[in-house]
Design a protein around this ligand. Sequence first.
Ligand code: IVH
Length: 704
Amino acid sequence: MTYLERASELRNLLEEYQRAYYTTGRSPVSDLEYDRLFDELSAIEKEHPDAVTEDSPTHRVGSDLSSDFPEVAHTIPVLSLDKAYSAQEVFTFIDRIHRSNGAASFVLEEKIDGFSIVLYYRKGILERAVTRGNGSVGNDVTPNVKTIKAVPLRLSKPVDISVRGEVFLPVEEFQRINLTLDEPYANPRNLAAGTIRRNKSSETARVPLSIFCYEGFWAEGGFDDHIKILSELKTLGFPVDPNLSYFRSSAEDAAARLAAAGLEGRACSYSDLPDEIEHHTRERKSLPYEIDGLVLKVNEIGFREELGYTEHHPRWAIAYKFEAPQAQSVVEAIDVQVGRTGRITPMARIKAAKLAGSVIRNVTLHNQDYIDSLELAVGDTVAVSKRGDVIPAVESVVEPNTLGNTTWKMPSVCPECGATLEKRGAHHFCPNRNCPAREKGRLEFFCAKKQMDIEGLGSGTIEDLYSRGYLRTITDIYTFDWSSLVRDGVPGYGEKKTSAIAKAVEESRKTPFRRVLAGLGMNEFSHKAIEILQNAGFRSKQSLTDLVADSAKALEVLTSLDGIGPLTGAEIVCGLTDPDNIALLNSLEELGLCMDDGAVSEAEPTEAQIFAGQSWCVTGTFDHFQPREKAMEEIKKRGGTEVSSVSRRTSCLLAGKNAGSKLAKAAELGVRVVSEEQFLAMIGQKEETESVQGEAQEIQGSLF
Ligand code: IVH
């Protein structure tokens, strides 16, 4: 036998033993025997480098060479799941699907709390392991993933297949390793995520990561239901989580199909769903790995395709999350905010609480109905969550107050102007257009970054100038003699600051009409709605005035536009025919503000929509974009949308200098990180000089 033949024989044996171990939990040979064969193969490969193959189990020990996680495009869309936080939402999901398709059956799986990975096999050999990244581009972490013993390097059949799975660290291993670290990790998921991105795969190899695989995509052929897919994944050598429940109209039918597929799992009828959710929730504590929820999936692939996808999620699955991140705190006060539209928002002022990386003091309570449903009173101890990692919310009262306070009630009059509040729908409103809070709100909104972006006129300055009686309406911004602030020696308004404001005000006269219009804050005149109007040719004050000359016809035209429904259409007509709004627009026109984007758009080339469909988060400071909102503008011009925090759904994090927790979060979640340099290259303002991966590694270095 030649050394090549012996190497091949050893590889086959080792792969077979490993597959058996990871699919049945039992090894056909002793550890000693396994190690002996492994050492023999290592020795041959060392002596004859030509004997090394892609699928050699010797890759499992990793290497000390630094790898740089190049970016690669996924060849399957790597979507995430829509989330439900109550079992009720899951019941509603199944009901809705059953109404449209009574024949659909369902699989309930554990939602493994780990690190999402896509494994690409060609002719049965692991070719690439790629992080989820932004769903279309991820990082190639193949050498590190090859060290995970549960990941088959060679399948039992020479198929071309992409497989999604979750890399995790068993809880016991996590506890053992964490004890040895100077900076312990908060949970096994973070440690697993950090390990997958170690520069040296030999270091990854030292952490006993594991994997469960849950979706398979064959280049050719494939299977018509999920149960068969899981069964075939098992046959190919992938570890599949056995703790699943399979729902059909009869439990017997489900049992027969599970048996035929050679899968463990619980056979159920549809009505068992509540019990099954309870069962898995109960069992959670005794599992050797962490799960953060359950995933309910439509079983039939044909039905899945019929149900389709949103931009980010399949419509055929839902993740039931056991809990949103929560913290406890005490409600010290409840007061109300009056918005520029007059809407009253009750706010809970809570004792500072740390939650998902930030300190929370103010929590919106939305409206009276919300407060009533919680039966919330001042002094209560509450559970606060950050749903979708963005808006803090009061989830429940954990302990009612002992002060005798009863459920908080909305005041009957506006705390700012004394007008009697009106209830419209679920909300209360201050009906007084001249309420100081509303006037200030309108000024702030108009000057804000997203609208006119008048530097120097932030909320503090507006508040001050309003209370001093210098500013009241939007037109005041343009008629006010700014230099009088210096002449009159108004405290806090030196020459430098005042002339900067005056200059910014002057420049804002050139702001495109679409932003002036948005700045007026009329109902339903969102940036999106204005964009729709502009795309339909309504780019000037005159064209809009002409449009609403005949209200009925205007409504017809507006509702024919994609994205404008009858309610929005009616509000737009209402806004454009309101005498106050007409007067304001006329005054602003007289004051020289732009009222026609026809001319502006020629000077402003429309950018290629290279970020269309992507969500971007921006953090840190930049050399070329000050303030950083300017970078956000570049993103939006190219079709991207803005998010304020990094989540799994974020496409990219644009990270400037001194980026902090968001950078770590992006690294943890595998969200693509883009440096200022790279960003400049992307938007065509600079040659690209470095690779994206350099950044990613730096972050990882600080994580581990
Ligand atoms: S299915 C299109 N099944 O949870 C299919 N995901 O947002 C989407 N996860 O990114 C995934 N356990 O990383 C699925 N049994 C399971 C899962 C699972 C964990 C992760 C996965 C995904 C995230 C959901």
